[in-house]
Design a protein around this ligand. Sequence first.
Ligand code: SF4
Length: 189
Amino acid sequence: METPLRADCSRCAGLCCVALAYDRSTAFPFDKPAGVRCRHLESDYTCSIHSELSARGFSGCVHFDCLGAGQKVTALFDGRPWRDEETLKPAVIDTFRRMRRIHELMSLVAEAGRLPLGQGQEQQRTALLNALEGVANRPLETLEAFDRSTLPGEVRRFLEGLRDAALEYASQSRDGTRAVPRTAGRAHT
Ligand code: SF4
Protein backbone atom coordinates (compact mmCIF):
# COMPACT_ATOMS: atom_id res chain seq x y z
CA MET A 1 0.00 0.00 0.00
CA GLU A 2 1.36 3.38 -1.04
CA THR A 3 -0.65 5.66 1.22
CA PRO A 4 1.08 6.37 4.57
CA LEU A 5 -1.35 5.80 7.44
CA ARG A 6 0.42 8.00 9.91
CA ALA A 7 0.28 11.71 10.57
CA ASP A 8 3.12 13.84 9.23
CA CYS A 9 2.43 17.19 10.86
CA SER A 10 5.49 18.74 9.21
CA ARG A 11 3.67 18.51 5.86
CA CYS A 12 0.27 19.62 7.16
CA ALA A 13 -1.40 22.99 7.50
CA GLY A 14 -2.71 22.31 11.02
CA LEU A 15 -6.00 20.79 9.93
CA CYS A 16 -6.89 19.06 13.17
CA CYS A 17 -6.03 22.25 15.07
CA VAL A 18 -8.89 24.03 13.31
CA ALA A 19 -11.29 21.42 11.97
CA LEU A 20 -11.86 19.35 15.11
CA ALA A 21 -13.81 20.15 18.25
CA TYR A 22 -12.70 19.22 21.74
CA ASP A 23 -14.24 19.52 25.16
CA ARG A 24 -12.63 20.59 28.39
CA SER A 25 -11.59 17.36 30.08
CA THR A 26 -8.52 15.52 31.32
CA ALA A 27 -7.32 15.55 27.66
CA PHE A 28 -7.95 19.25 26.87
CA PRO A 29 -7.89 22.31 29.12
CA PHE A 30 -10.72 24.23 27.40
CA ASP A 31 -13.61 23.82 24.96
CA LYS A 32 -12.99 24.41 21.26
CA PRO A 33 -15.74 24.17 18.66
CA ALA A 34 -15.12 22.54 15.27
CA GLY A 35 -13.94 25.03 12.65
CA VAL A 36 -12.36 27.44 15.15
CA ARG A 37 -8.59 27.60 15.20
CA CYS A 38 -6.82 26.53 18.34
CA ARG A 39 -5.41 29.57 20.14
CA HIS A 40 -1.96 27.91 20.11
CA LEU A 41 -1.78 27.43 16.33
CA GLU A 42 0.83 29.78 14.89
CA SER A 43 0.60 31.56 11.54
CA ASP A 44 3.11 29.10 10.06
CA TYR A 45 0.86 26.19 11.16
CA THR A 46 3.13 25.08 13.96
CA CYS A 47 1.99 24.61 17.53
CA SER A 48 3.34 27.23 19.94
CA ILE A 49 3.23 24.83 22.90
CA HIS A 50 4.22 21.65 21.08
CA SER A 51 7.10 20.77 23.42
CA GLU A 52 4.88 21.07 26.48
CA LEU A 53 1.54 19.71 25.28
CA SER A 54 1.15 17.15 28.07
CA ALA A 55 2.26 19.53 30.78
CA ARG A 56 -0.25 22.12 29.53
CA GLY A 57 -3.13 19.63 29.63
CA PHE A 58 -3.25 18.69 25.92
CA SER A 59 -2.69 14.95 26.15
CA GLY A 60 -5.54 14.62 23.63
CA CYS A 61 -3.29 16.25 21.01
CA VAL A 62 -0.35 14.03 21.94
CA HIS A 63 -2.39 10.90 21.34
CA PHE A 64 -4.33 12.05 18.27
CA ASP A 65 -3.34 10.64 14.89
CA CYS A 66 -5.22 11.62 11.73
CA LEU A 67 -3.67 8.53 10.08
CA GLY A 68 -2.16 10.61 7.32
CA ALA A 69 -5.35 12.43 6.29
CA GLY A 70 -3.99 15.85 7.29
CA GLN A 71 -0.98 15.94 5.00
CA LYS A 72 -3.01 14.35 2.20
CA VAL A 73 -5.67 17.07 2.29
CA THR A 74 -3.06 19.82 2.66
CA ALA A 75 -1.45 18.55 -0.56
CA LEU A 76 -4.83 18.32 -2.32
CA PHE A 77 -5.35 22.03 -1.65
CA ASP A 78 -1.76 22.81 -2.67
CA GLY A 79 -0.97 24.08 0.83
CA ARG A 80 -3.10 27.17 0.25
CA PRO A 81 -3.58 29.26 3.41
CA TRP A 82 -7.05 28.27 4.58
CA ARG A 83 -7.45 28.86 8.31
CA ASP A 84 -8.93 32.31 8.09
CA GLU A 85 -10.20 32.18 4.53
CA GLU A 86 -13.91 31.74 5.05
CA THR A 87 -14.63 30.65 1.48
CA LEU A 88 -11.99 27.91 1.47
CA LYS A 89 -12.31 26.70 5.07
CA PRO A 90 -15.58 24.71 4.77
CA ALA A 91 -14.27 22.79 1.76
CA VAL A 92 -10.98 21.96 3.48
CA ILE A 93 -12.73 20.85 6.68
CA ASP A 94 -15.26 18.77 4.77
CA THR A 95 -12.53 17.08 2.73
CA PHE A 96 -10.51 16.40 5.88
CA ARG A 97 -13.57 14.77 7.49
CA ARG A 98 -14.02 12.50 4.48
CA MET A 99 -10.33 11.70 4.16
CA ARG A 100 -10.07 10.81 7.86
CA ARG A 101 -12.90 8.33 7.47
CA ILE A 102 -11.26 6.75 4.42
CA HIS A 103 -7.89 6.54 6.18
CA GLU A 104 -9.52 5.05 9.27
CA LEU A 105 -11.12 2.36 7.14
CA MET A 106 -7.80 1.73 5.36
CA SER A 107 -6.07 1.40 8.72
CA LEU A 108 -8.65 -1.12 9.98
CA VAL A 109 -8.45 -3.20 6.79
CA ALA A 110 -4.63 -3.07 6.87
CA GLU A 111 -4.63 -4.19 10.53
CA ALA A 112 -6.90 -7.10 9.61
CA GLY A 113 -3.92 -8.51 7.71
CA ARG A 114 -2.50 -9.63 11.05
CA LEU A 115 -5.38 -12.04 11.54
CA PRO A 116 -5.31 -15.68 10.43
CA LEU A 117 -7.46 -15.13 7.31
CA GLY A 118 -8.56 -17.68 4.77
CA GLN A 119 -7.49 -17.26 1.15
CA GLY A 120 -10.83 -15.77 0.13
CA GLN A 121 -10.80 -13.35 3.04
CA GLU A 122 -7.26 -12.25 2.21
CA GLN A 123 -8.23 -11.66 -1.42
CA GLN A 124 -11.22 -9.63 -0.29
CA ARG A 125 -9.07 -7.67 2.14
CA THR A 126 -6.56 -6.81 -0.58
CA ALA A 127 -9.32 -5.79 -2.98
CA LEU A 128 -10.93 -3.52 -0.38
CA LEU A 129 -7.59 -1.96 0.51
CA ASN A 130 -6.89 -1.23 -3.16
CA ALA A 131 -10.36 0.23 -3.61
CA LEU A 132 -9.97 2.50 -0.57
CA GLU A 133 -6.53 3.58 -1.72
CA GLY A 134 -8.00 4.39 -5.12
CA VAL A 135 -10.61 6.63 -3.49
CA ALA A 136 -8.05 8.35 -1.26
CA ASN A 137 -5.99 9.27 -4.31
CA ARG A 138 -8.81 10.43 -6.53
CA PRO A 139 -9.13 14.04 -7.61
CA LEU A 140 -10.70 16.27 -5.00
CA GLU A 141 -14.03 16.70 -6.81
CA THR A 142 -14.79 13.00 -6.81
CA LEU A 143 -14.07 12.35 -3.13
CA GLU A 144 -17.56 13.20 -1.98
CA ALA A 145 -18.98 10.35 -4.06
CA PHE A 146 -17.39 8.00 -1.54
CA ASP A 147 -20.11 8.59 1.05
CA ARG A 148 -22.77 7.55 -1.45
CA SER A 149 -20.85 4.54 -2.76
CA THR A 150 -21.23 0.93 -1.63
CA LEU A 151 -17.61 0.77 -0.44
CA PRO A 152 -18.12 1.88 3.21
CA GLY A 153 -20.78 -0.80 3.65
CA GLU A 154 -18.60 -3.44 1.99
CA VAL A 155 -15.75 -2.63 4.37
CA ARG A 156 -18.06 -2.72 7.38
CA ARG A 157 -19.47 -6.11 6.40
CA PHE A 158 -15.98 -7.48 5.77
CA LEU A 159 -14.75 -6.35 9.19
CA GLU A 160 -17.87 -7.68 10.90
CA GLY A 161 -17.19 -11.07 9.29
CA LEU A 162 -13.75 -11.36 10.91
CA ARG A 163 -14.99 -12.17 14.39
CA ASP A 164 -13.83 -15.81 14.32
CA ALA A 165 -10.38 -14.91 12.96
CA ALA A 166 -10.04 -12.21 15.65
CA LEU A 167 -10.99 -14.66 18.38
CA GLU A 168 -8.46 -17.19 17.09
CA TYR A 169 -5.78 -14.49 16.98
CA ALA A 170 -6.62 -13.41 20.54
CA SER A 171 -6.43 -16.96 21.81
CA GLN A 172 -3.04 -17.56 20.11
CA SER A 173 -1.76 -14.30 21.61
CA ARG A 174 -2.95 -15.32 25.06
CA ASP A 175 -1.31 -18.75 24.98
CA GLY A 176 1.97 -17.24 23.74
CA THR A 177 2.06 -18.90 20.30
CA ARG A 178 1.94 -15.62 18.39
CA ALA A 179 4.10 -12.52 18.71
CA VAL A 180 1.86 -9.49 19.01
CA PRO A 181 3.45 -6.43 17.41
CA ARG A 182 3.17 -3.23 19.36
CA THR A 183 1.00 -0.58 17.78
CA ALA A 184 3.22 2.20 16.46
CA GLY A 185 2.93 5.48 18.33
CA ARG A 186 2.37 8.81 16.65
CA ALA A 187 5.21 11.09 15.69
CA HIS A 188 3.63 14.51 16.22
CA THR A 189 6.15 16.91 14.76
S1 SF4 B 1 -2.34 15.21 13.32
FE1 SF4 B 1 -2.85 15.19 11.14
S2 SF4 B 1 -4.28 16.90 10.88
FE2 SF4 B 1 -3.23 17.22 12.83
S3 SF4 B 1 -1.47 18.57 12.35
FE3 SF4 B 1 -0.75 16.41 12.25
S4 SF4 B 1 -0.94 15.80 10.10
FE4 SF4 B 1 -2.20 17.65 10.41
